[in-house]
Design a protein around this ligand. Structure first.
Ligand SMILES: Cc1cc2nc3c(=O)[nH]c(=O)nc-3n(C[C@H](O)[C@H](O)[C@H](O)COP(=O)(O)O)c2cc1C
Length: 213
């Protein structure tokens, strides 16, 4: 009995240590003068089929997240991506080798969710994408829609996630990064490790990396 209690205390301590390993990372202000022109970016937009693991520089990660769904109007707190009814229902989970973070647009930071490399869950059966430096998983919380039945909310959620994903794609095209919009992922396991509520749906994800040298 005593041994079992000691073992359980040890397990709880290890779990706590793991959760504490990650710390919030402050992001830089976006560099709004970087990248190609919008038309040049469109001319380069495409879905990549292979990614590299080289970690993104802090400025590139900051710019990527701001372009994806950052706040671009401080007075109204509206975002770079539109959302139906301004529900701002899409949260961006940032999967890095060291763990998963949640993009905090108002604090301009990424905040710890779970330690450890979880990119394989975001890659799902397309295991070849699990090595991408970062995978952004777009999760809509349909409880943020004030009106409409569930079917309507789910369809608006998918449209809103598409908006964020396309911002990512155009940003990547304009700054020389690689990405691919993907519906494939291990949704049940993602819901479990991210501790999502029943109203939160992982809808799309975008692996992102530098091109191979
Ligand atoms: C909503 C959506 C879901 C997609 N899901 C996947 C996916 O699960 N796996 C994948 O490899 N590509 C996925 N793609 C990427 C498409 O296959 C790709 O956009 C298409 O082949 C056209 O290529 P292009 O983006 O280079 O123009 C998805 C694209 C969209 C828009």
């Amino acid at each position: 009995m005593k041994k079992t209690v000691c073992f359980l205390v040890f397990v709880v301590m290890v779990i706590n240590l793991n959760a504490q390993e990650l710390k919030s990372i402050a992001l830089n202000p976006p560099d709004i003068n970087s990248g190609l022109t919008v038309m040049q970016a469109f001319s380069k937009r495409s879905s990549a089929s292979a990614f590299t693991s080289e970690k993104l520089k802090l400025q590139d990660l900051s710019d990527l997240l701001w372009a994806a769904d950052g706040i671009n109007r401080q007075d109204s707190k509206k975002r770079t991506a539109p959302s139906a009814m301004n529900a701002q229902d899409v949260d961006i989970y940032v999967f890095l080798e060291e763990g998963v973070y949640l993009y905090n647009a108002s604090g301009n930071s990424i905040d710890p969710v779970v330690a450890g490399d979880q990119r394989a869950l975001a890659a799902g059966r397309q295991t070849e994408f699990a090595n991408a430096a970062v995978i952004l998983v777009l999760v809509s919380d349909i409880s943020r829609f004030q009106n409409g039945d569930e079917k309507m909310k789910l369809s608006l959620a998918a449209l809103d996630a598409g908006m964020v994903s396309q911002n990512i794609a155009v940003f990547c095209a304009g700054t020389g990064l690689l990405t691919r919009p993907r519906a494939t992922m291990d949704q049940p396991k993602l819901k479990e490790i991210l501790k999502l509520k029943d109203t939160q749906y992982p809808l799309l994800n975008n692996p992102v990396s530098y091109p191979a040298k």
